[in-house]
Ligand binder design. Structure first.
Ligand code: DMJ
Length: 483
């Protein structure tokens, strides 16, 4: 597959990023405009409506709803990690807030041209985000959300303060890699550098290189790249003879604690970064690790059930099927398949994800695809099915993915919108709500909805690689195209 990644060594990284909406008309608005909202909520009155998705109106509607969620955070949780949308209270992950929502949402604000809001978020981050805290944090979550968000925010805005915060954070996180195997400990104290947490998984060990690697390139400190790459390689080296990895591993011994393999939470983004570290950095070792890994996943995890494609669970050593589970997290896989060149398989799997969504008008966390029984009934406002819709629309130019995205968005608004923002669902059958709005809703779910409908000029897809938290990273350090 030809990757059209031709990067010039320009000083700032804003070239190639632009937003669909006009900042001149919107930058000073203080509330979402009703005209934006109503532009997209007209019902489909004829059977051809799906073929005529009004992209401009849909992008405006997504932007309006994103702003509604952002304003809820701003009103009730400003300066904290995230908003509890039902109780209208702030929620923090740790004893000290680390501004999860503003950092995670910053690049979405910028891409949507919400410049006043983005400026306020940047000032809050510059003034209040202090990593010198005596708290243990999860390395994986902090890396994908905060390190990723600071780096893409820097690349989009040119605000050097964000890069300095990213370097401070990356430096504080580095001791996680000081284990006998090079696999990272699960948690680290941001002030003391002490580590803890021996039981980890491939997602936590293998989903660090895009962020640490980008930090290495931007700061010219290669140790960030080398340590995160070693963690990925050490995970891959422990694959079975079939080419599969398990779902739990000990950091210090490197021994598998659970040999069940799948593409779901705990392993998912390990696959994603094998491909994407080749795409972003042109690191051929990553391509060489990806090829046998995806072949093994397609051989042992893919499951054809009455003509429908799913990916289930299997033992990494024997390849024997252990569960026929698939869920909201697995729904990222069509995006990865499409990005790595396998559009036909991506399209088939996306049909299955849509079937899962449609069964209840919104997707549950996990189902048993043989029979359709729900295993976990919640919906955490996850982005993965939207991400795959966006990628497939990009690669196929088929309007059916726009119509699919419109269905997903209407269901999302219908079931999850609250007066203060958006609320997760405790149960997709009863539609009972839950008092949570994770930062990834603003980082990912709304961003992918927006990019799906926005003009292609909103973001140059070929010039960026999204980290697993939807933060677009741009290889400004590269001068050549790769194939
Ligand atoms: C996000 O934090 C990331 O996408 C991660 O890789 C998986 N889970 C959530 C969203 O569902």
């Amino acid at each position: 597959m030809l990757l059209r990644i031709a990067f010039a060594t320009i000083a700032l990284c804003v070239v190639g990023f632009s937003h669909a909406a006009s900042p001149a008309t919107d930058a000073h608005a203080t509330a979402p405009r009703d005209s934006d909202r109503h532009a997209a909520v007209q019902p489909d009155n004829d059977r051809h409506a799906a073929d005529r998705v009004n992209r401009q109106a849909m992008a405006a509607q997504v932007r309006f709803e994103f702003r509604h969620a952002w304003q809820g955070y701003r009103r009730y949780a400003w300066g904290h990690d995230d908003l509890a949308p039902l109780s209208r209270k702030p929620h923090d992950w740790y004893a000290q807030p680390l501004l999860m929502t503003p950092v995670d949402a910053l690049d979405t604000l910028l891409l949507m041209g919400l410049n006043d809001e983005a400026d306020a978020a940047r000032e809050l981050i510059a003034a209040k985000l202090d990593f010198d805290q005596d708290i243990y944090v999860k390395n994986f979550e902090i890396t994908i959300r905060l390190l990723g968000g600071l780096l893409s925010g820097y690349q989009l805005s040119g605000d050097e303060r964000l890069l300095h915060k990213a370097e401070d954070l990356g430096t504080r996180l580095l001791p996680v890699f000081d284990s006998p195997t090079g696999l990272p400990y699960v948690e680290i104290n941001l002030r003391t550098g002490k580590t803890r947490g021996l039981e980890t998984n491939p997602a936590e060990t293998g989903t660090l290189l895009l962020e640490f690697g980008t930090l290495a390139k931007l700061t010219h400190r290669e140790e960030f790249y080398d340590k995160a790459k070693r963690a990925l390689v050490e995970t891959w080296k422990r694959r079975s003879s079939l080419g599969l990895v398990g779902s739990s591993i000990n950091v210090e011994t490197g021994k598998w604690l659970d040999t069940e393999s799948h593409i779901s939470g705990g392993i998912d983004s390990y696959y994603e970064y094998l491909w994407k570290c080749w795409r972003l950095f042109g690191d051929r070792d990553c391509l060489n690790m990806w090829q046998p890994s995806i072949a093994a996943a397609n051989k042992y995890l893919a499951d054809d059930v009455h003509g429908a494609l799913w990916y289930g669970y299997a033992d990494m050593t024997s390849g024997a099927r252990t569960h026929s589970y698939y869920g909201a997290l697995d729904a990222f896989f069509p995006a990865l398949l499409a990005l790595s060149g396998d559009v036909p398989r991506a399209q088939r799997l996306q049909e299955s994800s849509l079937r899962m969504w449609r069964a209840h008008g919104i997707e549950p966390e996990q189902i048993d695809y043989r029979g359709g029984k729900i295993i976990y009934p919640g919906y955490a406002l996850r982005p993965e099915i939207v991400e795959s819709t966006y990628y497939l629309a990009h690669f196929t130019h088929d309007a059916k993915y726009l119509a699919m995205g419109r269905t997903l968005f209407r269901d999302f608004v219908k079931h999850c919108r609250t007066d203060a923002g958006y609320a997760a669902l405790a149960d997709v059958v009863t539609k009972k709500r839950k008092d949570g709005m994770e930062s990834f809703v603003l980082a990912e779910t709304f961003k992918y909805f927006y990019l799906l409908f926005a003009p292609d000029t909103a973001l140059d897809f070929d010039a960026v690689t999204f980290n697993t938290e939807a933060h677009p990273l741009r290889a400004t350090w590269r001068t050549k195209s790769i194939e």
